[in-house]
Design a protein around this ligand. Structure first.
Ligand SMILES: Cc1ncc(COP(=O)(O)O)c(C=O)c1O
Length: 508
């Protein structure tokens, strides 16, 4: 029932201002405490799915609740549930995959964004929020050294950012009305090019774009996992001679396995000479282009037609935030814009307001930009240079510590990713023997599970030259020298225990 004095509707979901304040303060206090205690706790409780499901069943009803719960109790219990059964990628010893420690200002930004709840599909629904997203995209371009007068927008992550660029290239490089007539109307076999180290998004993109995964030309790599530019050139020329349609080349700035950077300058030259779209997947590594000491190859991402970069990786934004930058703003709009009668006309003067639904696949869109914008403002370019440089320094330190450890073999170092494996000293000299090589792979596979389940640290894996390796990636402003120095001995301790359990007597 409505309250006649305040003329407010008494809706079941409504909270009074006082209650909202009380619950909000309490929640922020509890989150602050969790963050403060993060380093003392485990990265993960290492539970299996049955234990996690049991914990949820104990905390919440199995079926849809018929009646509500007091929100204070609900929030308290939910903090307890998440605190006890989560993997903390903000933990200083989380070294897995490429997920960063979330910037606290970004956490608060998400709360503010949800409170205002602008819909960034249309400018009229999100006037200041749309302008903030535009500014965020420009700032990201400036950080990377990419032209800041192109098009771009925030999306959910690297997969979507790359996929958007892929679709833009597909339309821009088709010489026929692709949007209406479809891919098959071109009458030529589409070809896309990427190294064997390209992230799996390219398969999804080729598949979902109607090309099929057979359209991907997997270009070989050199010993450093970098695309062989000569092989790319030959593949492009062979396909052109066969009458195929070369749509785009993908160069990677920081491969997911080892942080390798393709020879982007050389690839740019090859693409330009042939009129082929050049896309850079910098989902992980592109932010490192902000360092004055960045390599020329990394800096050459500025020559691309489009770049994908993930604020939720090396810009430390809470999930989710990906970003795609497109040199030709018109090409982005021409890929996605339609003008249904229920949206206002968008053209207005020389500098019309931006309707982001015309620039990407989403219609209704949330205010992802706010958390990224706040973090960029909080620490500026200088803060990012400092943090990214430190992550890279710590990865090098880890690599060196692994190389110096008698039971570890350091394998690769690229950007802020170091790979290594456990090799029992007695087997080191025999590592090339087939039986020993396959035992070392099995041992390190088991070590990955044991180490991660312990919650002492968390790493992921890479397979390089057929060897199964442990992989530590540092995109974490909480990781310190002490954390990095502890990891080799943690890995070796679990490795020794496993070796004692698993090694067959015949191996010696
Ligand atoms: C190079 C690269 N591209 C794309 C992706 C996919 O990004 P997301 O998981 O944000 O979709 C990743 C993820 O690690 C990546 O490393």
């Amino acid at each position: 029932m409505d309250d006649p004095t305040t003329r407010r509707r008494a809706a079941p979901l409504a909270l009074s201002a006082g209650d909202f304040q009380r619950l909000g303060h309490r929640l922020v206090d509890r989150v602050a405490e969790l963050l403060e205690r993060l380093p003392e706790g485990r990265v993960t409780p290492g539970e299996g799915v049955a234990e996690v499901r049991a914990a949820l069943a104990a905390a919440a009803p199995a079926g849809l609740p018929e009646r509500g719960t007091d929100p204070e109790r609900l929030l308290d219990e939910t903090v307890d549930l998440l605190a006890a059964h989560s993997l903390w990628n903000g933990h200083p010893r989380f070294f897995g995959f490429i997920t960063s420690s979330p910037a606290p200002v970004g956490m608060l930004g998400d709360l503010l964004a949800a409170a205002v709840n602008p819909n960034l599909g249309g400018w009229h629904l999100s006037p200041i929020a749309s302008e903030i997203e535009l500014e965020t995209v420009r700032w990201i371009a400036q950080l990377l050294g990419f032209p800041d007068d192109g098009g771009g927008l925030l999306v959910s992550g690297g997969n979507l950012a790359n996929l958007v660029a892929f679709w833009v290239a597909r339309r821009a490089r088709a010489g026929w009305p692709l949007r209406a007539a479809g891919v098959a109307a071109g009458g030529r076999a589409a070809r896309v090019y990427g190294s064997r180290e390209t992230h799996t998004w390219i398969e999804k993109a080729a598949d979902l774009s109607g090309f099929g995964t057979d359209a991907i030309r997997w270009i070989p790599t050199d010993d450093g996992a970098r695309m062989d530019a000569g092989a790319l050139e030959r593949a492009l020329d062979q396909d052109a001679a066969a009458g195929d349609w070369p749509v785009l080349v993908v160069g990677t700035a920081g491969t997911v396995s080892t942080g390798a950077i393709d020879p982007l300058g050389e690839i740019a030259r090859i693409c330009r000479a042939r009129g082929v779209w050049f896309h850079v997947d910098g989902a992980y590594g592109a932010p490192a282009a902000c360092l004055p000491e960045a390599s020329a190859d990394l800096g050459a991402l500025a020559l691309a037609d489009s770049v994908a970069v993930d604020p939720h990786k090396w810009l430390y934004a809470p999930l989710e935030a990906g970003c795609v930058l497109v040199r030709d703003r018109g090409a982005l709009r021409a890929t996605f814009a339609y003008h249904p009668p229920y949206y206002p006309a968008t053209g207005e003067g020389e500098d019309p307001p931006v309707f982001f639904h015309e620039l990407g696949p989403q219609n209704s869109r949330g205010f992802r930009a706010l958390k990224v914008w706040l973090a960029l403002r909080q620490v500026g370019r200088a803060g990012y240079v400092e943090s990214i440089r430190e992550d890279i320094r710590l990865a090098r330190r880890l690599f060196e510590r692994c190389a110096a450890h008698p039971a570890l073999e350091a394998a690769t170092l690229g950007l802020s990713i170091a790979t290594f494996r456990f090799v029992p000293p007695g087997l080191a000299a025999r590592r090339a023997e087939p039986a020993v090589a396959s035992y070392l792979d099995a041992l390190n596979r088991a070590l990955l599970e044991r180490l991660n389940a312990s919650g002492e640290a968390f790493v992921s894996n890479a397979v390089v030259g057929g060897r199964f390796l442990l992989r530590a990636c540092i995109v974490n402003f909480r990781t310190s020298e002490a954390d990095v120095d502890a990891l080799p001995e943690i890995a070796a301790r679990h490795g020794r225990a496993l070796d004692a359990e698993l090694r067959a007597p015949a191996l010696g």
